[in-house]
Ligand binder design. Sequence first.
Ligand SMILES: Cc1ncc(COP(=O)(O)O)c(C=O)c1O
Length: 412
Amino acid sequence: MTTGALDREAALELDASSPLAGRRELFDLPDRIVYLDGNSLGAVPRNVSERMRQVVDREWRSGLISSWNTADWVNLGRRAGDKIAPLIGAGPGDVHVGDSTSVTLFKTLVGGARLRPDRRVLVLEPTTFPTDAYVAAGVAETLGLELRWCDPSDPAASLDEDVALLALTHVDFRSGAMFDLPGLTRAAHDVGALVQWDLCHSTGAVPVDLLGADADIAVGCTYKYLNGGPGSPAFAWVHPRHQSAWDQPITGWFGHARPFDMDRSFEPAEGITRMASGTPPVLALSALDTALDVFDGVAMDELRAASLSLTDLFIALVEDRLGDTFEVITPREHARRGSQVSLRHDEAYGVVQALIERGVVGDFRTPDVARFGFAPLYVRHVDVFDAVEHLVAVMQSEEHLRPAYAVRNAVT
Ligand SMILES: Cc1ncc(COP(=O)(O)O)c(C=O)c1O
């Protein structure tokens, strides 16, 4: 994209003609904030506050324990899973929602490795999100497996017939680079290995077709582009062909075929329900279930087109206005880009803080990356335009060099 004479008016026109125009109204965003951190914590959809009031006041306060049945709390996870399924190319009834991403990763990595009991290697890539690496190390130790680190530029080169599972993060949290999900799934299958995809940074912004790619296992959080709220529970998908043999390690009563028989011995439930362990987090699931309604009627190709248009515009404006001040570490090729743009700069921490001070919210990732997420349902071209204007002003006035930003705070 060349920005040419693109001005604020032109950005507003792009927004007015977008098929997603109006979706932003479904979100309750604070005034005068340009929110480019939906790849960390999504904005709150307007319908969530009312639903939370209803769950607390009516279902919990009045219905008390009967609400497990009368308000159908017992099926909340499945309902939310069915709303996520079309976003990831999964079938209905095949997506479980309930635990944190980290706990889900433990369950799926063990479950995946157990599907290939004669193989001893888990392949991971070293730039993966830390929790994926920590959990995989714990799984390798628990099961006596070898962890093999692949080259992120060619994960397939690390595959051979010792590999049980290739576990990759689809879109990289730091750079926004995206792996070729169908191609790497094929490469894993060619050596008889299985593949697991962490979809935290794709679901809700990048179309994924798990069944079309014939993937085996997928996991993803719901608090980023799915807007489920802080700490909302993660989802897990296991291809239907593996479900009857699926053997995950936290065999709690909610994964039992008949939990209320209170049997001494464990008998797994049919299908993906066996991924469940304990009592589902009803308040969090209620928020998520309602938040997912913002995707009703959204075509995934339109979502992707909007995301690419926003990230193209951001990259082009940053380069037009600031030359080589920043190194754009996010791939230019659409096929390799998620829905964020990451800029490298020695003072990236100060840059992010100075922008936040001006109402433009992105985040910093150590050691030198400023990250900007473009949630296509509520970020507009005019926000991109305004964000870059602020970035230019920060750099020109050297606000990013303020002494206050010399000390990094842990969470931004
Ligand atoms: C790729 C990836 N995996 C996992 C997580 C986090 O796991 P949890 O939800 O358990 O904190 C993140 C959080 O940003 C992530 O980006």
